[in-house]
Design a protein around this ligand. Structure first.
Ligand code: WT7
Length: 655
């Protein structure tokens, strides 16, 4: 970490907003003034001006039972109405909500009026299937318009969606279905990825199959979108085609008002222990902060902008910045199904040129990937429509930041580096374009109304030019309301560390520079960040030891030029397997195994077969030392190891 800090301290490039940008900016410095004068009043104003309430709220925050917050609790609204109907009622029905582009090149243009109608039909179809307030619906879909329609139809009914990323395996899907007790799964036959139809329905069938453990899946129906036309297995009593029930359903549907604290969705994310956590978000506070941040951080002018967030709907970024924030603001978006490389590496730039994208939000791992391919590829396209760039998921190194601005942003656009988490629901730290002077590599300042500190282990603010732990010192509207079904784990994971201060601990290390700007330094726990997605070492270790050849396994995140961090596994094999197989063959088999168990994103970059693992006298694996090996460094202090010789054995085995 010290090396990284030294590097940061050398960063003295500054990019103030242009006069032209500042003159037309959505955000104004008054936001900071208003929020610091009266934080709760500020959020009440945002919630009132950005959302339409069926029943106005009188109370802003109820923090009488921390850490269980209630925001705008006596207010009532319908989230889908706020994202759809009201725009149509205000005369914006003809505005494009989505320019959809499928990977094979098929396109659909969907206006707000059309999207509203489709969501009303889908809501009626879902009620026919018995879905109502509080029911859980699992969504396992590619990035197609039906994914957005599904989320909004569930929200419209006051039900709760749980999106499972299409890249996750049948096992991951089943554990999420079970944990949430989902009644319905919405999926597709498949989607297009890398030029091929990639099946989804078989994973749902496998997930719901009888596993001989006597545990019956809670799912009653599976609603299947036809996307690729590939053959699917079918259960007549369980499965229904989307095209058989949604278009036939009535397009009349009145949005019922639900309390602001009605749950909106569960989204699973990795933690330090093996089991993913179902992060719970509710309606009014979540939508208010998603809308506020989307409008101000991305400088959204809904009448003229074309906004594109490249995140998949399976992650929180897809929820807050490809569905709820932009739709609440009446934005026009691009929705793209596939990968950036198909049919060739310039696909994303072609899409930007074709639709005239003005605001582009993506991840550092993608930027670094494009840097590798060379600037010639984007430079062949006309990207002059772009006027703002955004980054999320991990720290963006100054080099990637500069490339992003120069090559994609024409050397002129502001870049907002947005720090937040699945748990925070919406952006917490970011520059405001038109106001903040940008610093490459720093997320910079907490947003108006957000109270963030960098503290030492006792919870004392470290001050400028010092590092520590990142905390939120006050509740915020889009904060998680809990972990589904596990209130104790919620308290334990996020609030125990600074219990007496009442701070939320995010799990990230951070530093304030001499100006007080915040630099994120990565996770301080055993959680990795691979391509901007959180993976837990424990989860991958438990997949590895579930393989019959494995005796013991330890996983670390090692720095990687493209993905930020990469999964590196150290595995002790059972003697019997070593006799019959080569270590190389087994390493390959284990990589594939993890891909099947969790999903391709968790597949280790390297699997090292070793004879022993470094442990303390109390038996704790010292991952710090394994990280040194994985990153090719000299191994650090080994004095607390039970057997100090073990690291030299491992190092030589890895070589
Ligand atoms: C973790 C949250 C929020 C959407 C994507 C990831 C890291 C996120 C930044 C940033 C440095 C960042 C943190 C955080 N992170 N954004 N701008 N700079 N680090 O959501 O899977 O919940 O992961 O991603 O480590 O804790 P997530």
């Amino acid at each position: 970490m010290s090396q990284q800090i030294d590097h940061l301290m050398n960063e003295d490039r500054r990019f103030p907003p242009s006069e032209e940008f500042a003159a037309n900016a959505v955000a104004s410095p008054d936001l900071y003034k208003a929020a610091s004068a009266d934080r709760l009043g500020f959020w009440a104003d945002q919630a009132r001006s950005l959302l339409t309430w069926h029943t106005p709220f009188s109370e802003v925050l109820d923090w009488s039972n921390p850490p269980f917050a209630k925001w705008f609790a006596d207010g009532e609204l319908n989230v889908a109405y706020n994202c759809l109907d009201r725009h149509v009622e205000e005369g914006n029905g003809d505005r494009v909500a989505f320019h959809f582009e499928g990977e094979p090149g098929d396109t659909r243009t969907i206006t707000y009026a059309e999207l509203t109608e489709e969501v009303k039909r889908a809501a009626n179809a879902l009620s026919e299937l018995g879905i109502g307030r509080g029911d859980r619906v699992a969504v396992y879909l590619p990035m197609i318009p039906e994914a957005v329609v599904s989320l909004l139809a569930v929200a419209r009914l006051g039900a709760i969606h749980s999106v499972v990323f299409g890249g996750f395996s049948a096992d991951s899907l089943r554990s999420r279905i079970d944990d949430a007790g989902a009644k319905l799964v919405i999926t597709a036959d498949g989607g297009y990825r890398k030029g091929r139809a990639s099946a989804l329905k078989p994973a749902v069938d496998q997930a719901l199959s009888d596993r001989g453990d006597g545990v019956q899946a809670t799912v009653e129906n599976v609603l299947v979108v036809r996307r690729t036309g590939q053959d699917v297995d079918w259960s007549d009593e369980r499965d229904l085609w989307w095209h058989d029930v949604v278009p036939q359903a009535s397009a009349d549907h009145t949005a019922e008002a639900f309390p602001a604290e009605n749950p909106l969705f569960i989204l699973y994310t990795s933690g330090t222990t093996g089991r993913p956590k179902g992060i719970l978000h509710t309606s009014g506070g979540y939508l208010a902060q998603a809308a506020f941040t989307h409008r101000n951080v991305f400088d959204l002018h809904p009448e003229s902008d074309v906004y594109w967030c490249t995140a998949d709907i399976g992650w929180i970024t897809g929820h807050s910045y490809a569905v709820y924030g932009p739709l609440a603001n009446g934005a026009t978006q691009v929705l793209y199904e596939g990968t950036p490389e198909h049919p060739e590496p310039g696909r994303w730039w072609d899409i930007i040129e074709k639709y005239g994208v003005t605001i582009f939000y993506t991840a550092p791992t993608a930027v670094r990937g494009f840097m590798k391919q060379g600037r010639q590829i984007p430079q062949k396209r006309d990207l002059s429509s772009i006027r703002l760039l955004g980054s999320v998921g991990e720290p963006i190194n100054p080099e990637a930041w500069m490339w992003f601005r120069e090559v994609i942003g024409g050397g002129k656009t502001p870049i907002v580096d947005t720090w937040w988490q699945t748990e925070t629901g919406a952006i917490m730290i970011s520059a405001l374009p038109g106001i903040t002077t940008a610093k490459p590599g720093s997320a910079q300042v907490p947003l108006p109304g957000i109270a963030i500190e960098v503290v030492d282990e006792k919870g004392e603010a470290v001050g400028n030019d010092a590092g520590g732990l990142l905390v939120a010192t006050e509740p915020w509207p889009s904060m998680l309301r809990g972990i589904w079904g596990d209130p104790d784990r919620f308290v334990e994971t996020y609030w125990r560390m600074f219990q007496d201060k009442g701070f939320y601990f995010a799990g990230d290390g951070a530093r304030r520079d001499e100006d007080g700007d915040i630099w994120l330094l990565g996770r301080v726990d055993d959680v990795m960040n691979v391509s901007g997605h959180r993976l837990s070492t424990a989860e991958i270790e438990s997949a590895l030891v579930a393989h019959e050849a494995t005796a013991e396994a330890a996983v670390v995140g090692a720095s990687d030029e493209t993905t930020g961090q990469a999964v590196v596994a150290f595995v002790i094999l059972k003697e019997s397997f070593l006799r019959e197989h080569t270590p190389e063959g087994l390493a390959q088999a284990l990589r594939a195994w993890v891909g099947e168990q969790i999903g391709p994103i968790a597949r280790p970059r390297d699997v090292y077969i070793v004879g022993e693992l470094p442990k303390t006298r109390s038996g704790k694996i010292m991952r710090r030392l394994l990280r040194d090996v994985a990153e090719g460094r000299e191994v650090g202090d080994t004095t607390t190891l039970a057997d100090t010789a073990v690291m030299s054995t491992i190092s030589s085995q890895v070589k």
